[in-house]
Structure formats: structure tokens, C-alpha cells
Design a protein around this ligand. Structure first.
Ligand code: PLP
Length: 482
């Protein structure tokens, strides 16, 4: 690179250094003997890196050293044994999209400033809306499923109180309904929108984590009798812990009868639409008024990549009204294609490019295979757990969530609790596997999620052996050696 390009030797050394490190890191992703995390406590980690910014600049070599420490201390989420949150792995075309997004550094307000990105985002919205069954719908990329749930509740509030943007809620007691397994972002949404958390009515679930629709009907009636105004039901298609899908057809029927907005949180489960074998799990999804769907979860597109879709076009520009104050930004000339007037954000990242590149690289067939593989590996894991006398399934697996409890031999439930809590910590410290902890029926469990393209049956066998060995060791040390 020459000086005339505005780039100097240090820029070149920095970039070449980073590219070499990216290549090495990606190659190491295939190496399952590298640990997932180094399990430092934060004080130890603070000692490793000089975090302060100073008056004087650092040189390229020092920056590359900092980057080396950052890389070596990061949790390796693309490791084949990473099964912690609802995502994992590295989709290379998506990664490329991230690089190009950063390189072109623009914002999604208008076609004028983000021409290709605007066309691509519109195309992705159209593609995903069709998969849901929202043929005349519209949508927008958001900062995540949490934001999608907020937007769902916002649309619902707007429909119930058409003047709410000017008048505010004005003393009306709006109430919305969620299941007890709904994601916590629904509570934040109620808070942000001024609905109030106590006006978020929680409906019980059956043992599989699915909303009880009889109770939903009863509670809607009770709220009306109490003089409150029901306006929205948030159903979940793929709950966070159990992967359960609420009975969407029945809930849609109730919402239609009661004139309630139905928002479906498909942040996790939306990907099941990509295979004919799994899309039947989401039967009735097209009856929702809005949904959110995170390609950054089961589809493995890089964080952040999340879509909010509404059935009826025109909804978003109304609820996201920016008034005339945005005259310097939102233009009339490309109004029909601009996305800035459909978003709650002003500056907004290009998140569609990486999804589009990943989709083009895989094709629909590639997604189908990926999703089917995840479901089949989850089934394999569930079978192995139920066949093992020292383990049990804490609930029926939903989506690709497998909730596991170490039961051991001759342990009381309270002792099992202690072993399960310790087991996850020991597993984490070993750096061998990473799963999350959760609570089912008031008891700690391990939640393994299959959302990593590198997963296979050998890894699952290894995982089972590892947790059983750790569980046995903890229970021997704690309870049998005295
Ligand atoms: C069911 C469900 N909805 C919403 C969210 C929030 O998604 P995000 O992390 O993209 O905000 C999650 C996150 O795990 C989830 O499991």
C-alpha cells in the first residue's frame, strides 16, 4: 500500500497482522483439543492486559499483542463443544459479510446512503416474510429478539390506542399476556412502553412449557371484568429453556375473538421454518400479527442479526413515526424503499448483508440440512440421556434444547441439586464443554443446545461421558467418601 492511498506502512502491518491472526483463529476452530475458555476470574485477567487509554499512542506491535491476548482469552464460541447459548460456530460467508459491513461503514436510514444494503435488507425481509406466511407483510432488522418483542408490543399498543403517540397511555390500564416461560425481554418491553410489569399477566404452562390456553381465556375475561383493557398476547415459538412452542392456532383463535394483537416470539424457533420436517412445529405462525426471528441463533449468522416482521404493510411507518423532525435525513425521493422510517433506531448497522451472503452460499437446501441435522443430533442426545441410568431428561426436548439432570446413584434430590450446580462449574473450568445452567421444577439442570454446525454424534458421546464422570467424581467426593 502506498502513502498516496492514505495508507502507510503501519496500517499495512496492522492489517496483515490481523489477517494472519484471523486465518490462524479460524483454522484452530476445527481443533477440539483447544479449550473453549480459560476460566480466569476477572482479577487475573485484568493483570494480563493494560486496559487504560493514555495520552500517547501505542504502536502496531503493541496493538497486535493486545489483539493476541484478546483472542486467546475470548470464549471460543465456534468450538465444536460450545453448547451454551442458542448459537455457536462460525459461518464463513456471514463472517465475510461482517468484514464488508465494517469496511463500507454505513447506516441503514436511506437508499441514498446504503443503496445495496437497502435492496438486500428488503429482499431478506420479503424472503423471511414469505416463509412465515406474511405475504403482504413488511419488516425491519433490529438489535435482537428483545427489541423485536418490544416492537411487537408497541404495534399492539398502537392498534389498541390509535392516539397513543400523542396522548400517551393517559390512565388507561392496558394489560398484555405472556406465558411463564416467555423471555424476560417481554417484561422489559412492558416497562419501556409504560404498560407496567404488573399489567403483564403471566399464564401458566403445562409440563412441556406450553401456554395453557384455558387459563389465558379465563384471565382475559377476569381482566375485562376488572375494567382493564387487554391489548396483546405474546406467544413463544421456541422458549429459551425448554424450546417449547405455545399452541399458536388456539391462541390465534382467542386473539381474533378478543381483538388482541398476537405477537409471536420466534427469536429461537423461527429457523424451524426452513425445513418442511420441522416447520410443522410452528403450525399457526402465519396467524400472528407480528413475529421476531433471530438468524443469529439457530441459523448461526453472526451477532447481531434479527428480524421483526409484521403481517400488515404500513404498520411500521405508523408506529415508528419520526415526525417531520427528521427532514434532514429521511427523504421523499426514495420513500418507497427507504428503511429509516420503519425503525426505532436512527443509525442502524447493516445486518442483512451477512445473512444474505450466508443464504446465497447455503441455498435453501443448505439451511434445510443444517436445521434437520441439529434436530437429529438433539434427538440423539436426548436418547443417550434417557438410556443412561445416571442421567435424566429434565423435560421433553423442544426445538434442539436438551435439559439434562445428573441423578447419580443413591442420591437424594437435594444432593442431586448440589452435584448438578457444581457439575456445570467444574465443566466450565475444565474448558472442555460449555453448557448453560437453568432451573426446571425448582431444581438446577444443565441445558445443552444444539446450534453448532460442527456438532456430531461422537461429540455427544464424549459429552455424556464427560458429564457422567464429573458428576460421579463430585458425588463420590461429597457423599460417598466420608
Ligand atoms: C425466546 C427468546 N426470545 C427472545 C430472546 C432475546 O433475543 P436477543 O438476545 O436477540 O435479544 C431470546 C434470547 O435468548 C429468546 O430465547
Amino acid at each position: 500500500m502506498s502513502e498516496e492511498d492514505g495508507l502507510n506502512n503501519s496500517d499495512e502491518r496492522l492489517l496483515q497482522g490481523v489477517l494472519a491472526r484471523i486465518w490462524r483463529y479460524l483454522q484452530d476452530n476445527n481443533n477440539s483439543s483447544i479449550t473453549i475458555n480459560k476460566a480466569k476470574n476477572y482479577r487475573e485477567l485484568q493483570m494480563k492486559l493494560d486496559l487504560a487509554v493514555r495520552e500517547e499512542s501505542v504502536d502496531v506491535e503493541e496493538m497486535l499483542q493486545d489483539i493476541d491476548i484478546y483472542l486467546s482469552e475470548s470464549v471460543r464460541t465456534s468450538h465444536p463443544h460450545f453448547m451454551n447459548p442458542l448459537w455457536g460456530g462460525t459461518n464463513l460467508p456471514s463472517f465475510t459479510g461482517e468484514i464488508i459491513t465494517a469496511l463500507t461503514n454505513t447506516s441503514m436510514y436511506t437508499f441514498e446512503i446504503a443503496p445495496m444494503a437497502t435492496l438486500i435488507e428488503n429482499e431478506m425481509i420479503k424472503t423471511m416474510s414469505k416463509l412465515v406466511g406474511f405475504d403482504a407483510g413488511e419488516g425491519i432488522f433490529t438489535t435482537g429478539g428483545s427489541n423485536g418483542n418490544l416492537m411487537g408490543m408497541l404495534c399492539a399498543r398502537d392498534r389498541k390506542l390509535p392516539d397513543v403517540q400523542n396522548e400517551g397511555i393517559n390512565g388507561k390500564s392496558l394489560v398484555a399476556f405472556i406465558s411463564e416461560e416467555a423471555h424476560y425481554s417481554t417484561t422489559m418491553a412492558a416497562n419501556i412502553l409504560g404498560i407496567g410489569n404488573k399489567n403483564l399477566i403471566v399464564i401458566s404452562c403445562n409440563e412441556f412449557g406450553e401456554m395453557d390456553t384455558e387459563e389465558l381465556e379465563e384471565k382475559i375475561a377476569a381482566e375485562k371484568r376488572a375494567g382493564n383493557t387487554p391489548f396483546c398476547v405474546i406467544a413463544t415459538a421456541g422458549t429459551t429453556v425448554k424450546g417449547a412452542v405455545d399452541p399458536l392456532d388456539e391462541i390465534a383463535e382467542i386473539c381474533k375473538r378478543e381483538y388482541l394483537w398476537l405477537h409471536i416470539d420466534a427469536a429461537w424457533g423461527g429457523a424451524a421454518l426452513l425445513s418442511p420436517k420441522t416447520r410443522q412445529l410452528l403450525q399457526g405462525i402465519e396467524k400472528g400479527d407480528s413475529i421476531c426471528w433471530d438468524p443469529h441463533k439457530m441459523m448461526g449468522v453472526h451477532l447481531i442479526c434479527s428480524v421483526f416482521l409484521v403481517k400488515s404493510a404500513g404498520t411500521l411507518s405508523k408506529v415508528c413515526s419520526h415526525t417531520d423532525d427528521a427532514h434532514y435525513l429521511l427523504l421523499d425521493s426514495s420513500k418507497e424503499i427507504d428503511l429509516g422510517n420503519k425503525s426505532l433506531q436512527c443509525g442502524r448497522r447493516v445486518d442483512a448483508l451477512k445473512l444474505w451472503l450466508a443464504w446465497r452460499a447455503k441455498g435453501n437446501e443448505g439451511w434445510r440440512k443444517q436445521i434437520e441435522k441439529y434436530f437429529s443430533i438433539a434427538e440423539y442426545l436426548a436418547t443417550k440421556v434417557s438410556e443412561n441410568p445416571l442421567l435424566e431428561l429434565a423435560c421433553k426436548p423442544g426445538m434442539t434444547n436438551v435439559c439434562i439432570r445428573y441423578t447419580g446413584a443413591r442420591l437424594t434430590p437435594d444432593k442431586q441439586d448440589l452435584v448438578n450446580s457444581k457439575l456445570r462449574v467444574v465443566l466450565l473450568e475444565s474448558g472442555e464443554f460449555m453448557v448453560s445452567k437453568s432451573i426446571i421444577n425448582n431444581r438446577p439442570i444443565l441445558r445443552a443446545v444444539i446450534a453448532n454446525p460442527k456438532i456430531d454424534e461422537n461429540i455427544i458421546d464424549n459429552f455424556i461421558e464427560t458429564i457422567v464422570n464429573i458428576g460421579n467424581k463430585i458425588s463420590n467426593d461429597e457423599y460417598h467418601s466420608r
